[in-house]
Design a protein around this ligand. Structure first.
Ligand SMILES: CC(C)(COP(=O)(O)OP(=O)(O)OC[C@H]1O[C@@H](n2cnc3c(N)ncnc32)[C@H](O)[C@@H]1OP(=O)(O)O)[C@@H](O)C(=O)NCCC(=O)NCCS
Length: 154
């Protein structure tokens, strides 16, 4: 099944993802229309019926708002969006995730994102301790070269 990446059209958005959140659908749609779309590059994945099943936003250096609808996870959509993000920002990308989100952390680490900082949650709206990850093409090639060389003797 081909996956289509499309720039988000106004009015179709997050309400369709069914993700847990504190805001109402109306608030989220308004935030997407008035804040996210004008300031970030937003990509969505749609199913054959053109329903949005995943989204991702990119600022100049941050990967943000990566969500896949639960019924569509584990099928490679997140990985393809990460590859798209890397191709759109070839010099590097950073992102934040919550410390408790073990699945997302494992996912990002498998895609060569490296933990660079931890926060106590005082700087995000949810008050949740977070982790900042960075992907740099140079770091990824060093890691790959180390893996190829095998373990070093200490
Ligand atoms: C984290 C998230 C974005 C990953 O997206 P995804 O589409 O599920 O990611 P992928 O399918 O590419 O990879 C996830 C798993 O599927 C497996 N997978 C990859 N391609 C696959 C395929 N074609 N068929 C079956 N499984 C596949 C991967 O090996 C991986 O396995 P794991 O469970 O051991 O980690 C998604 O799970 C999500 O939206 N989670 C909830 C929201 C969230 O936490 N977002 C991050 C906020 S910072």
């Amino acid at each position: 099944m081909p996956i289509e990446h499309r720039h988000l059209t106004l009015g179709r958005a997050f309400g369709e993802t069914g993700l847990a959140r504190r805001e109402t659908d109306q608030q989220v749609r308004r935030w997407i229309a008035e804040v996210l779309l004008p300031t970030e590059e937003v990509w969505v994945v749609t199913d054959p019926g053109e329903v949005v099943v995943a989204m991702m936003a990119l600022s100049s250096e941050m990967l943000d708002q990566l969500y896949v609808v639960p019924a569509w996870t584990g099928r490679g959509i997140g990985s393809r969006l990460i590859e798209l993000a890397k191709s759109r920002r070839p010099s590097g990308l950073d992102l934040y995730t919550f410390q408790v989100n073990a699945d997302a952390r494992r996912f990002y680490e498998r895609h060569d994102f490296v933990e660079v900082a931890r926060g106590d949650g005082s700087k995000n709206e949810e008050g949740q301790p977070d982790v900042r990850y960075a992907w740099r093409p140079s770091l990824a090639s060093v890691t790959a070269a180390e893996a190829q060389a095998g373990p070093t003797k200490g």
